[in-house]
Design a protein. Sequence first.
Length: 722
Amino acid sequence: MYSPIILAACLIPAALNLILGLLVIARNPNKRANQAFFFIAFWFVVWSICLFFYQYPLVFTSVFWIKATYFSASFISIGLLILSYVFPREISEKPHWLAIAYTILFLIFISFLLVNQLWIRDVVNDPSKGLQTIYNPLSYLSWLVAAWTFMFWAIYNWRSTYFKLTSLERLQLKYVFFGIFTWAFGATIIDVVLPFILQDTRTFPFSTAVGIGLSIATAYAILKHRLMDIRLVLARTVSYTLLTLLVVAFYTIGLFLIGNLLLPTHVDGNQLLISAFLALIIAYTIQPIRRFLEQITENIFFKENYDSDALLSKLSKTLSSTLNLTKLGERVFALLEENIHLEFYSLLLFKENGHLSLDRIIGHDFIAAKVQPGNQQLGLLLRSRKQICIYDELPESSLKQFMRTNNLGVLMYLRAKDSLVGALVLGNKKSGDVLTGNDIKVLQILAPQLAIAIQNARQFEEIQQFSEKLKVKIKEATTNLETANQKLKELDKRKDEFLSVAAHELRAPLTAVKGYLSMVLDGDGGSVNSKVKDFIQGAVEGAEREVRLVNNMLNVSRIEEGRLVYEMGKVRLRDVARSVFDEFNLDAETKDLRIKLQIPNGIKDSVWVDKDRIHEVVANFVSNAIKYTDKGDISIALLQPTKTTVRLEVADTGYGMSEGEQKKLFSKFFRAESSAGKAMGTGLGLYITKLLVEKFDGKIGFSSEMGKGSIFWFELPLTKKN
């Protein structure tokens, strides 16, 4: 007959350590610490099972099983040394060669003792003491010293790394160390010391009981200090396992007591084991069967027992993630229908205008006719100051009569910050039952959250509506601006057309005036005295200025409209610079200015441009320099900033320009002021210059400082044509 005490002493520690070992290795089978821990747990289970079969040798003999017991215990000591190399940190990828050599010698030594009966000699059944193991104390002591060497070696490894560990790792090590050595010392006392002193080996099976200390200490380290990251799985598994063991234990004990004390028949060990096995099956199958039956009754009678916490969690997520009022109501209704099963759902929303009036209804609209704005039924709905009104709990009143007439089960008011935002109207349960306490708790928690969600959704709607209005306003303003811009473009086009026509009309008479004046100066109409010549010369110069103005106006119009014809060809900038130098040298001398021409030897200056137009650009630079310079020098220089470009610079020592003038310099009709504060020129020269340079794929720029002069330049790509 099996002893319940021996069964519990051998199998319960084995089961607990097996569960813990499997959980650890399943969590991360590639981690060395997990592998070492599973190694120890596995041999602990083997050790416990061997002790059980030592007491009840169903196969082989007790001698075989006691030898297997000590052999498996040897592997537990080896596993302890392996664990010290990899937990809580890895000392090295592989154990030290000395540890491997010692392990091999240890296993050979133990095998030699066990095979040749130098240690375990026999197992006998003593009438007074029961099962007794006859052993050689000297061999037993030799094994004990050899096994404890592994443990002291492991202590040395942990001690050498202890101060390098983090505080968490040290705490992990303390708990695991406590569990392992509680088992090791306890097993030594029960298996070695007591049998030697008492000369009685009946204590052997109880040595596995101290292994529970290893399970408890390691489990505590896992639960409290994140050892190997399996806390949650372990907690649930252990709780369910303990529940199962308690059910089986109570069932088995009850059967044993009934069979032996109350009934005339005697319950033997085999019957007890079969009964315990059946209890185990019942414990593991009762939950699936219960869920299956609940599902059947739910489909037939709508009497499911839902998880209120899970439902509230889903409702909270829905309320916090939905900003569309219609979708908000529909999703809340779907969750309530999935769990509570009501006949209908309606969400009444009130206007935020300080008066009690209906804004809209989401869901079942049967009540719409009853609660139109101004209807007394709306006030009837809201007469009660309760947050939730349940038909079955209301006293007889007009409100209860109204709910009875319209088959209403629940009326729930939705208030947020003392503001009534709506009401949730629900039907009765489809099953005909009254609302449970669980149902009412869910609705009471839902009410304030739903009210806040409605406010948030309304504010979002307001923002969306404002955004739409803003889009319309922006679109209208954009359309107006585009219309105004189009009108401005048309006006600008008409202005250019007018300037072009005016220039054509002015050019002919100016040319005629200039021609006749030249004829007078040349004496074609008779001799002219010197005083009259001076007057006529001033008139000629004025006519020439007007002709240049007209030409500039015509050029602007032609360039902008793309009607200007260019005669492109290979031009050397040095020739253009010399031509402009000769043209303006006399004008410079008139103002006591000196023009300098700087052309480096060997510079490449061939460009592909219209010669007359590029001459006009350089002439404009030089003319402006003379116009805005009262004293000093003006230089015309050629430079080569890169291998593929050439630069022409015109520098003066004139007035310079302010920052405000520099920003407008290349604008149409802009004129800079002279030293006398008078704007000079037509304001078209630099504008035309910029257009022409860009037409020739060039760049134009300047630098200026008040009182120190200006530098105007343009760069053109060197020609690749012959």
